[in-house]
Write a protein that binds this ligand. Structure first.
Ligand SMILES: Cc1cc2nc3c(=O)[nH]c(=O)nc-3n(C[C@H](O)[C@H](O)[C@H](O)COP(=O)(O)OP(=O)(O)OC[C@H]3O[C@@H](n4cnc5c(N)ncnc54)[C@H](O)[C@@H]3O)c2cc1C
Length: 433
């Protein structure tokens, strides 16, 4: 048996002794999180088991196959926990990571601002010291899950007299306070996944600085690296199980077993682009809509299959190289670009297959039921939903243009754009707005 099979057998034994569908979600996640199986890729001193990525993917699959509820999803587990495990002190690991792996707290990422997205280091939210606390003033935007978050990974400026990358600190901030206002933003899919967040004299204790004062840029880059790795692997901002962690969503007191069915339904609602699931869906749709003999549709289905296969082989190659201590520079950026390309092709092909039906999209659950009945084609909604969402992945986690810049500068060694960012104090730099 391989090491991965050993791990699968171990988690299966553990599930046999511990899984009980009649526990509440909160009780189950307490067991899973404190055992190390919720986030097994984290180090053992940070509520994990120090497993490889391949082993931890196998753990997740084994939990799903066993029919148990998976680990609490969201940005806490995906981004905050590994960042705090890398840069946090012992007390921070104990406090924040234990709350994440047990699903007690949900997190959001308070990075982007109206004038600081691609140029994230240009952020203007200020954090000023006041005794044992910092006082925060500013505005964040595109904050995914901000409306259900208990905690935020906050980047704020703590020194304006040094170059912009050097005066930023990374805080763990409590979202439940009068100084924080979260306003949902409606997207063109009809959903409101992200928000504007206004911080007005919000407070955060000084011991909630992660990775040291004015060292926030290095800490943020760790978060961004975990984000890119998750996205390139086909995950997303909302990776995780069907139950939502944290105190706001209200799932913690519900029966754990009731969310297990939801996991497979959720998987079907957003086809996995990197797994080829969308390819199979599109083949089926082309048959149903009488387009499977159209040579241009067939050609694009093959292009999509080829791109998915190349992405899969690249990921396998990277895994094999990592096992032997090697790496492919820039592969994370390339994987993200490839995901954007696959999504765009899926969108164009899907809409071509649907024809005029592709112009019909339901924005609420009730309208969706009516539309499904009217067209007799419930799969249509997946295509229109994906088509409307396709713009997002080429923007979040660093836009396609920014990925190209990184590849050009850091991998190909092309000259950087001229800039005085690294030599001039932030207060003296020109600002956007
Ligand atoms: C669905 C979604 C969820 C998100 N969730 C979060 C979240 O939870 N937390 C968070 O903090 N942020 C989040 N974001 C924000 C995301 O990280 C930013 O949108 C992204 O970094 C781009 O920033 P911007 O929107 O300000 O665009 P800008 O930076 O203003 O860019 C505008 C255009 O200019 C191009 N451009 C900018 N600079 C360069 C350059 N140097 N060279 C070439 N082209 C350039 C860009 O590629 C883009 O096309 C989310 C975004 C989306 C779409």
């Amino acid at each position: 048996m391989s090491a991965v099979d050993d791990v699968a057998a171990e988690v299966k034994d553990w599930l046999g002794e511990n899984w009980d569908p009649d526990l509440t979600v909160g009780e189950w996640w307490e067991r899973l999180g404190t055992s190390g199986w919720a986030a097994p890729a984290l180090p053992a001193d940070a509520f994990g088991k120090g497993l490889s990525r391949e082993e931890s993917v196998r753990v997740q699959r084994t939990i799903a196959e066993f029919g148990a509820l998976g680990a609490p999803g969201g940005l806490g587990l995906l981004l905050a926990a590994p960042t705090i495990a890398t840069h946090g002190d012992e007390a921070q690991k104990q406090l924040y990571i234990s709350e994440i792996v047990t699903g007690r707290k949900a997190w959001c990422q308070l990075f982007s601002e109206p004038n600081a997205g691609s140029d994230l280091a240009g952020l203007q939210t200020r954090a000023e010291r006041d005794g044992d606390e910092f006082v925060i003033n500013g505005q964040k935007v595109w904050t995914s899950g901000g409306q259900v978050a208990d905690m935020g990974m906050l980047l704020a400026r703590t020194d304006v007299d040094v170059p912009k990358h050097q005066g930023i600190s990374y805080f763990a901030i409590d979202m439940h306070q009068p100084g924080i206002e979260v306003r949902p933003l409606r997207e063109m899919t009809g959903r409101a996944l992200f928000n504007e967040v206004f911080l007005t004299d919000a407070r955060v204790p000084a011991d909630a600085v992660i990775g040291g004062l004015n060292n926030g840029w290095a800490v943020a880059n760790t978060t961004l690296a975990f984000e890119r790795a998750g996205l390139g692997a086909g995950g997303g901002s909302e990776a995780g199980g069907a139950a939502t962690p944290g105190t706001v969503a209200g799932n913690l007191g519900k029966r754990a077993g009731d969310f297990v069915q939801g996991m497979s339904q959720r998987g079907a609602a957003m086809p996995g682009v990197m797994s080829g699931a969308s390819n199979r869906l599109l083949v089926e749709l082309a048959k149903q809509h009488g387009k499977i003999d159209d040579p241009t549709v067939r050609q694009d289905l093959m292009r999509l299959h080829t791109l998915n296969e190349i992405a899969r082989f690249m990921s396998l190659r990277q895994k094999a190289l990592r096992t032997s201590g090697g790496d492919i520079p820039g592969l994370g950026n390339i994987a993200k670009l490839s995901m954007s390309q696959i999504l765009r092709l899926s969108r164009d092909l899907g809409l071509r297959i649907l024809g005029p039906h592709g112009t019909l999209h339901a924005y609420t659950a009730e309208d969706r039921t009516r539309l499904d009945e009217a067209t007799g084609q419930p799969a249509n909604a997946m295509v229109t939903e994906m088509a409307l969402f396709t713009q997002a992945p080429s923007i979040y986690g660093g836009t396609d243009e920014v990925q190209h810049n990184i590849l050009g500068e850091r991998v190909l060694g092309l000259p950087k754009e001229p800039s005085n960012d690294r030599t001039t104090a932030f207060r003296d730099l020109p600002k956007n707005g």
